[in-house]
Ligand binder design. Structure first.
Ligand SMILES: Nc1ncnc2c1ncn2[C@@H]1O[C@H](COP(=O)(O)OP(=O)(O)OP(=O)(O)O)[C@@H](O)[C@H]1O
Ligand SMILES: [Mg+2]
Length: 292
C-alpha cells in the first residue's frame, strides 16, 4: 500500500547553518492519525514545512542546498506516492492541506470568506458550488457569522479557526495541523476535536496538548533535537513518565492517561454503535471531494 506520507532520512539546516532535522524517518499509511510531539525547537514545524515543499532539498520550492546535516543528503519526502519536488507541487498541495502554526501565515485576503474561497477557486470551483464550500467550512469552525469581516480584525483564536477553515474547504485527503488547539477557548477546542474526529483523512497533528493527542491520535511520534526519539501508541508513550521527562513533555496536573484512554474507549464504543451511516464508504469519499 502506498503511504500517505513518507519521510526518509530527511535532514535540514536553515540558511544560517542551524541544523533542525537530523535524519528523520516517518511513514504514515492512509487513514492513520498521528500526533507529532516534542519540545520547543525540536523541529516539528520544520518537518511539517517539508510535507508540501515549502522547505526541502534540491528540487523543492525551498531551493537547492538546504540539506547540510548530517552529510549532504536531504533525504526523500513523498505524499501519496508523489515525490515532493517542484514539478509535482501543485498536485501535492491539492492532496495535503497544512494549517500553519501562525494563522497570519495563512490569511491574506480582505475578508474571511475570500480567504476561505481562495483555495477552492484555484481548484476551479465557481458560483454556487464555491459559495456552499465556503459556507460549509466556515460553519464547521463556527465562524460563518464573521464571513465578511477582515481577518486582521479578528482575535487570534478566531483567526486560527478561519485558518483551519481555509484548509478544510480544500477537502484534502491528508491534513497536517501545526498546534491546532493552541489559543482556542475550551469550547472551540472541543468543537475542533469533534470536526477532526469525523474527517475521513490521514492526519498529522503537531501539538503540545497531550490530552488532545490521546483523544484524536492512536499513534504518536516524539521529535527532539531534529530526531525521532519515540514512535508508538499514544497511550503507551504518555504513560512513560521517564520518556516524557527526558523530552520536556508534561501532562496537565492530575491527568491520568490510562484512565482517559479507558474513558475514550468506552465512549468510542458507544459512538460507533450509533454512527452507522457515517461509515458508508461513498459518504467518506464524497466528504474527501473525490468520486467513490
Ligand atoms: N528561519 C530559521 N532560521 C534559522 N533557524 C531556524 C529558523 N526557523 C526555525 N529555526 C530553528 O530550527 C529549530 C527547529 O525549529 P521549529 O520551528 O521546527 O521547532 P518546533 O519543534 O516547531 O518548535 P515549537 O514547539 O516552538 O513550535 C529551532 O532550533 C529553531 O530555532
Ligand atoms: Mg513549531
Amino acid at each position: 500500500m502506498t503511504a500517505s506520507l513518507l519521510v526518509e532520512g530527511v535532514s535540514y539546516a536553515y540558511p544560517d547553518g542551524h541544523v533542525a532535522l537530523r535524519g528523520v524517518d516517518l511513514t504514515i499509511p492512509p487513514g492513520e492519525r498521528v500526533a507529532l510531539l516534542g519540545p520547543n525547537g525540536a523541529g516539528k514545524t520544520t518537518l511539517v514545512l517539508h510535507l508540501n515543499g515549502i522547505l526541502g532539498g534540491a528540487g523543492s520550492a525551498g531551493g537547492a542546498g538546504a540539506a547540510g546535516a548530517p552529510g549532504d543528503d536531504p533525504g526523500r519526502v513523498e505524499v501519496a506516492g508523489l515525490r515532493v519536488e517542484k514539478a509535482q507541487l501543485a498536485e501535492i498541495r491539492r492532496r495535503v492541506g497544512i494549517v500553519f502554526q501562525d494563522p497570519d501565515d495563512q490569511l491574506f485576503m480582505p475578508t474571511v470568506a475570500e480567504d476561505v474561497a481562495f483555495g477552492p477557486a484555484n481548484l476551479g470551483l465557481r458560483g454556487a458550488d464555491l459559495d456552499s464550500r465556503v459556507d460549509e467550512a466556515l460553519r464547521s469552525v463556527g465562524m460563518h457569522e464573521h464571513r465578511d469581516r477582515a481577518p486582521h480584525h479578528l482575535s487570534y483564536g478566531q483567526r486560527r479557526r478561519v485558518a483551519v477553515a481555509t484548509v478544510l474547504a480544500m477537502r484534502p485527503e491528508i491534513l497536517v495541523l501545526d498546534e491546532p488547539s493552541s489559543n482556542l477557548d475550551p469550547a472551540s477546542r472541543r468543537e475542533l476535536a469533534d470536526i477532526l474526529r469525523d474527517l475521513p483523512v490521514t492526519l498529522l497533528m503537531v501539538t503540545h496538548d497531550l490530552p488532545y493527542a490521546l483523544e484524536l491520535c492512536p499513534r504518536s511520534v516524539i521529535l527532539d533535537e531534529g530526531r525521532i526519539v519515540a514512535d508508538g501508541p499514544t497511550g503507551s508513550l504518555l504513560a512513560d513518565t521517564a520518556l516524557l521527562a527526558a523530552h520536556r513533555l508534561e501532562l496537565p496536573y492530575g491527568f491520568d492517561p490510562a484512565l482517559a484512554a479507558s474513558q475514550l474507549t468506552a465512549r468510542g464504543a458507544l459512538e460507533d454503535s450509533t454512527r452507522g451511516a457515517a461509515e458508508d464508504p461513498a459518504q467518506r469519499s464524497a466528504a474527501r471531494g473525490v468520486d467513490a
